[in-house]
Design a protein around this ligand. Sequence first.
Ligand code: AKB
Length: 330
Amino acid sequence: NDCSFQKTTINRSYTVDRSPKILITGGLGQLGTECAKLLRKNYGNENVILSDIIKPTEESLSNGPFIFADILDFKGLQKIVVNYRIDWLIHFSALLSAVGEQNVPLAVRVNIEGMHNVIELAKQYKLRIFIPSTIGAFGPDSPRNPTPNVTIQRPRTIYGVSKVHAELLGEYYHHRFGLDFRCLRFPGVISSDPPGGGTTDYAVAVFHEGLVTKRYECYLEPYTRLPMMYIKDCLSALFQFLNIPNEKLQRRVYNVTAMSFTPEELFSELKKHVPDLKISYKPDARQYIAENWPQVFDDSEARRDWGWQHKYNLETLVESMVRNVKKNMS
Ligand code: AKB
């Protein structure tokens, strides 16, 4: 039958009478440790395996397994999936937008070759696989306010190009091989764990630097509006999305967001807690990246199809960040 390749069958190998076994790659980045905490609370400590190629802190070792995993080593990944009987793979390893521009060949290896490895692995072992995408998957030709789920995507960073590639390859593997691929496009994520090498990092750095030195030099112009969300919302979107039955998903890739703000708006909210905070502006190459990204993200499809709802707005996000960063400082 010529058309048999078009058939979609969703893999159900993990139809579980037990908790899924989950592997998180790039687990020591901005989202990994907190994501592991949330999943361990729901599925048990031993069922969530955090992995990375960098040395773990005491905290990352504290409540469950941590192992070395290099996403460029396919055989090594196979071993892990077999030995730990992995069902779900959460693939966080990636070079972010700003740092990717500083080392394009490395970004190609990590973001594209690494993703080829994990997607092939997921196909071979019938894993559910989650790969985050980003507002960075859009570019100057995309509508910026609002940016819908399906529109022109012509990003101008290697990070964005690699994420569009991941979205398309994931969708293709889903339709062609029945791979249970899931992808959320996240906005800038604000967390007390620092990110590294992103364009939206200012919105995290200002809390850490601002609360300690009462000064912050911002590398974006004061009027640069970008979509954002608090880490708690980001992880609850991820958790909810991972658990949606396949029948409810109208697509494999969804925009999610909570709010949009400019540096000026964030700083004036933060000044309510730190009145003597001094801000200066010195835009650099990251301004160009931000100017080509969405300003307002349309996530109405996620809200409609699987009930996505955010909890934190600008005011409650700032309140919670100030509290957490102060707690970590003392
Ligand atoms: C970045 O700034 O590169 C990331 C992102 C929005 O994907 N935080």
